[in-house]
Design a protein around this ligand. Structure first.
Ligand code: NAD
Length: 340
């Protein structure tokens, strides 16, 4: 079997590529390199540089005899999606539709999708199960939910076997070249400020949580890559139509994360408090019983591992080519796409 990893030059995608390749799977990566980095794709994995153009995807599926697709490609900034909703619908929803159309045309019937806890919006409960009602609060979350709907419909109409993984807050790295250096999540934001001598920003200290700061379920990207390996194995052997939460099942507050950063780096880590954002839930933690029971997957890394591996990539002596490249480029609409 050969898997096409769409978005395989990105932060999570490059970890997934390494994990699947370590198991000896045949892979091809398709990525427009808008936020992805060419150097993250191993030299022996073919890279098609393109957006989700139906003709290019169709040609790629045929040329490499693809039997399954992992789709990680998406624009992923919630605030940006509020400012540029039509671009997000075009990129994430129309991109996914073109990809599915090409799969149906060629007869490829397995897909693993990167979904997100953003489909739950501000959930009415702390511990979120897959049955918690979906109610996204921004266009980014809506696009992720629409992609799940498209998969479900293609499962019924075109026999596509599918799994959607709803990731919670992915952090850490298994290899500094693959690290998340441009993201908007807490870890890159803290390390960005720390390495430029500025205080870490804490958004809200008046939540009804144990220390007043927001609590989130952080999960190590290496564990997330393992979850993909388990899901790919299942798609190779079973007919699937499933969503799974991917988290640790435990939450850490912002202050707990900062305490771990202090411990790992030995740096003082000053704090600047700003008001909480409207709609920010106090505490969101994944219920992970379903993925544990059905796919025997549980996260193995703790908070210390997540912080230590992020620091490996961020400490001043670790300026990798990836970071240098990412600092020079800014994603956004209008970027030209090339096919190689
Ligand atoms: N990082 C997180 O915490 C998180 C949480 C939940 C869900 N997700 C989802 O996981 C996926 C991967 O996220 P990431 O953090 O690795 O982001 P990333 O930006 O590092 O990776 C996305 C990759 O897809 C490529 N890409 C984007 N749009 C494309 C398109 N139209 N055609 C071809 N390639 C395209 C980019 O160049 C990049 O290599 C995304 O779908 C994101 O929505 C991420």
């Amino acid at each position: 079997m050969t898997w096409l990893v769409v978005g395989g030059a990105g932060y999570i995608g490059s970890h997934v590529v390494r994990r699947l390749r370590a198991e000896g799977r045949h892979l091809v990566v398709l990525d427009d390199l808008s936020t992805g980095v060419r150097e993250r794709v191993p030299a022996d994995v073919p890279l098609v540089v393109s957006g989700l153009d139906r003709a290019v995807v169709t040609d790629t599926l045929r040329r490499y005899r693809i039997t399954g697709v992992v789709n990680l490609a998406a624009r992923k900034s919630a605030p940006e999606s509020v400012a540029l909703p039509l671009w997000y619908y075009e990129q994430n929803v129309e991109g996914m539709r073109s990809l599915l159309q090409a799969m149906v045309d060629v007869g490829v019937t397995r897909m693993l999708l990167s979904s997100s806890a953003a489909v739950y919006g501000s959930p009415p409960c702390t511990r979120v199960t897959e049955q918690t009602p979906t109610a996204p609060i921004n266009p980014y979350g809506e696009t992720k939910l629409m992609c799940e709907w498209m998969l479900r419909a293609c499962g019924a109409a075109h026999d596509v076997s599918w799994i959607a993984l709803r990731y919670f807050n992915i952090v850490g790295t298994a290899d500094p070249v693959c690290s998340d250096t441009g993201g908007e999540s807490l870890f890159p934001r803290v390390f960005q400020r720390l390495t430029t001598g500025r205080p870490a920003v804490v958004t809200g200290v008046d939540f009804p949580t144990r220390d007043g700061t927001g609590v989130r379920d952080y999960v190590h990207v290496a564990d997330v890559a393992d979850a993909h390996a388990a899901a790919v194995a299942r798609l190779e052997s079973d007919r699937c139509a499933d969503v799974y939460n991917v988290g640790t099942g435990s939450g850490y507050s912002v202050l707990e994360v900062l305490a771990a950063v202090r411990e790992v780096t030995g740096l003082p880590v000053e704090v600047e408090v700003v008001p909480s954002r409207p709609g920010d839930p106090p505490e969101v933690v994944a219920a992970v019983d379903k993925i544990g029971t059905e796919m025997s997957w549980w996260a193995r890394n703790g908070l210390h591992d997540m912080v230590a591996s992020t620091w490996q990539a961020w400490r001043p002596s670790a300026l990798t080519p990836t970071r240098a490249v990412r600092r020079r480029r800014a994603p956004g609409p209008g970027r030209r796409q090339r096919v190689r």
